[in-house]
Write a protein that binds this ligand. Structure first.
Ligand SMILES: [Zn+2]
Length: 116
């Protein structure tokens, strides 16, 4: 496991995540396709919000099972929270917001979220 630092664009929202970044996901649902996020899923134990709780705006749609968050200052989505199908809390981290990640080296799985 590697520890990555992540942030929004303006730097209000900062976090650390422990992950192998495998797999990373490119999803075609109505939200992801618009935002262009590349996601990786981590457990709450592997995710630490360092700052910016009060700068996060929350957005919910469809079944409201995912807490989509973005920075209210710069608008960048760096992570979302929700439950997996088994009911475990998970964080979906936008790999594009992590430092020191070579996006070209990632193994990206294309998920058909549009059909879920
Ligand atoms: Zn920001």
């Amino acid at each position: 496991m590697k520890t990555y630092k992540g942030s929004c664009h303006c730097g209000k929202v900062k976090f650390e995540v422990q992950s192998e970044l495998k797999p990373t996901i490119d999803c075609n649902c109505s939200m992801c396709k618009r935002k262009g996020t590349i996601l990786t899923f981590v457990s709450p134990e592997s995710f630490k919000l360092i700052s910016g709780e009060d700068s996060l705006t929350h957005y919910h749609f469809n079944k409201h099972v995912i807490d989509h968050t973005f920075c209210k200052v710069c608008g960048v989505t760096s992570f979302a929270s929700g439950k997996d199908p088994k009911g475990n809390f998970m964080n979906a981290v936008n790999v594009r917001c992590l430092e020191d990640v070579d996006l070209n080296s990632l193994e990206i799985v294309h998920v058909d979220g549009k059909s879920f």
